[in-house]
Design a binder for this molecule. Structure first.
Ligand code: IPE
Ligand code: IPE
Ligand code: MG
Length: 259
């Protein structure tokens, strides 16, 4: 049977997408509202992105929710973000579980309040054996922190005699880096128009395609996500493919899944 355009495109789809969800504050300010209402509006985009990634058949979706530098924001914004994080964990985990999604939180969780740490542990434990999409939420995450904790883990093994310094190579360090058990990040999307990494995944982005869009995170829906995927497919294959074609592919997949 000849390969159709749809199956051809499908083989070029990313397996792992990471997103820097930026622009919530500006979205709110443009509407004359407090920044926190932009963060609240961003939750809807998180749901839409997870649903889209799931239907697209991604193996992993990694979302930057709170950076190790975001503690520098005004205290009331940090508190509001923490409360939102706790509320969303509480309200969404069961739904994720029902959809066979495995949830992981990456970052230095020791800075979080004990009850939040417990909620994170419970959510990870509940969903640990799910085999659908792996959803990684980066919270108090920094790319430099990640590489540092990996170096420390190797140093501890050298200290206890189970590893020789001569055996420290890229593969050994890689094993200690967050997400090392998942496919490499194929595509990084940053919303909100800035063109920088902001200390997100550093090691993991070595070969990722980078895609920057001016769309603010609360406005980032299925259409904007499919445009990003289309850009990725186009770059990889060196021919233009439109967002509409990616949406068509999704419909095609949904039809095939229901057969
Ligand atoms: C991203 O939106 C969300 C977090 C960093 C938590 P911002 O809050 O950075 O929004 P802008 O960049 O100020 O518009
Ligand atoms: C990056 O956005 C962090 C998250 C999206 C969680 P920021 O808005 O904090 O990054 P900078 O300050 O523009 O580099
Ligand atoms: Mg920002």
């Amino acid at each position: 049977m000849p390969a159709t355009a749809a199956t051809d495109e499908q083989s070029r789809l990313p397996r792992h997408v990471a997103i820097i969800m930026d622009g919530n504050g500006r979205w709110a300010e443009q509407r004359g509202k407090f920044r926190v209402s932009g963060h609240k509006a961003g939750v809807k985009s998180v749901r839409a992105a997870v649903s889209f990634g799931y239907r697209l058949g991604l193996e992993a979706l990694t979302l930057f929710a709170f950076s190790s530098e975001n503690w520098r924001r005004p205290q009331d914004e940090v508190s509001a973000l923490m409360s939102l994080f706790i509320a969303v964990l509480g309200s969404e985990v069961r739904k994720l579980h029902r959809n066979n999604i495995r949830l992981r939180i990456i970052g230095d969780r020791s800075a979080f309040a004990p009850h939040l740490q417990r909620k994170i542990d419970d959510a990870e434990r509940l969903t640990a054996n799910n085999t659908g999409l792996t959803l990684n939420i980066a919270a108090n995450y920094g790319g430099r922190w990640d590489i540092t904790q990996a170096a420390r883990a190797l140093a501890e093994r050298v200290a206890d005699g189970s590893l020789s310094p001569a055996d420290i190579d890229e593969a050994a360090l890689h094993q200690q880096i967050q997400l090392s058990d998942l496919p490499a990040v194929d595509l990084l999307i940053r919303t909100g128009g800035e063109q920088r990494i902001s200390n997100f995944l550093l090691w993991q982005l070595a070969y990722a395609e980078l895609y920057f869009t001016p769309v603010l995170w609360p406005d980032f829906g299925e259409e904007a996500f499919s445009d990003a995927i289309a850009a990725f497919v186009g770059r990889e294959r060196r021919f233009g493919c439109t967002g509409a074609q990616i949406r068509e592919l999704l419909e095609h997949k949904a039809g095939a899944d229901n057969e």
